[in-house]
Design a protein around this ligand. Structure first.
Ligand SMILES: C[S@@+](CC[C@H](N)C(=O)[O-])C[C@H]1O[C@@H](n2cnc3c(N)ncnc32)[C@H](O)[C@@H]1O
Length: 279
């Protein structure tokens, strides 16, 4: 070969090309490990989310997170925050998907956090605050998984907490969060989320402004939550507007019914939409 004329191989193996190729190889290795490793099936005696779809819902989160990874610029998933982790419905899957990652488990429910650390193997147990913005984290995360938290918060709370959490993203980190989107108005006819009076108010506000929220009544709520916590219903277009108003981020995707054919999924993160160049 003529030494002055670089081969095609030299030409195409630029930094970006090899980076992107190795991301695919990395996630393939993660999936290979996930499907070859038996899942920890121990159930917490205090699990409140158990039903016949328990394992499928966790598996669906894996699909959602792998899609989010592929849509983003995350290189390696070394640090993960599962918030709220509950009693590990999803965390048990994340542990086998990302065996080399440090996975932090955070919730208001302390028995859930302890179970995730002591039984499922989370690296760190973080007891949350009712006002999440008052909680400081010790890491910058490559992935923050937020499964069914904003489905229970008002719009200002969702926005404030998203903005707070975005400060704990690594330079290419992503937040993958679930939302009660327009499909949930249909689901509620078969499986009500909350008492009828509250739901009527939620739907009224949703139709008017694109976001409806009402607090649970005391009997519907967790006994350890004293402040605002209930059920939300929102239009994807309104969620996108809220994300656009948070500086330093970009929107990677909004997918309807992505989590277990039920909740919508948003993916947002770094680098910012207006960053000079992708990482
Ligand atoms: C519907 S559950 C989802 C739990 C888990 N992600 C799962 O999929 O099984 C909602 C969780 O949010 C937690 N939660 C509510 N407010 C919170 C807060 N401020 N900080 C952390 N967790 C909170 C509750 O304790 C509860 O475990």
């Amino acid at each position: 070969m003529n030494a002055q004329c670089p081969s095609l191989a030299d030409h195409v193996v630029s930094k970006n090309w090899s980076d992107r190729t190795s991301r695919f190889q990395y996630i393939e290795r993660c999936l290979d490990h996930y499907y070859k490793t038996p899942l920890n099936r121990e159930l917490s005696p205090h699990e409140t989310m158990f039903n016949e779809w328990y394992l499928e819902v966790g598996h669906s989160a894996v699909q959602v997170i792998v899609n989010a990874y592929l849509s983003s610029y995350v290189h390696r998933v070394n640090t993960v925050l599962d918030l709220p982790c509950g009693h590990g419905r999803v965390l048990r899957h994340l542990i086998t998907l990302f065996p080399e990652a440090r996975i932090h488990a955070c919730d208001l429910d302390r028995s859930g956090v302890d179970f995730c650390r002591d039984v499922l193997g989370a690296a760190e147990a973080i007891y949350s605050n009712e006002e999440l913005s008052d909680l400081q984290f010790s890491a910058q995360y490559d992935l923050i998984w937020i499964g069914s938290l904003f489905t229970h918060t008002s719009r200002p709370v969702m926005k404030r907490w998203l903005e707070h959490l975005s400060k704990y993203l690594s330079s290419t980190g992503i937040i993958v969060a679930t939302i009660h989107g327009r499909w949930c108005e249909v689901v509620a006819q078969l499986h009500p989320y909350v008492n009828e009076q509250a739901w009527d108010g939620i739907v009224r506000d949703y139709r008017e402004s694109g976001y409806g929220f009402r607090d649970y009544e005391q009997a519907e709520n967790h006994e350890y939550i004293a402040g605002s916590y209930g059920v939300s219903l929102s239009r994807g277009s309104e969620i996108v507007k809220d994300i656009e108003s948070i500086p330093g981020l970009r929107l990677y995707s909004y997918t309807e019914r992505a989590w277990a054919d039920h909740q919508d999924v948003i993916v947002l993160g770094r680098p910012a939409y207006d960053a000079a160049a992708n990482g």
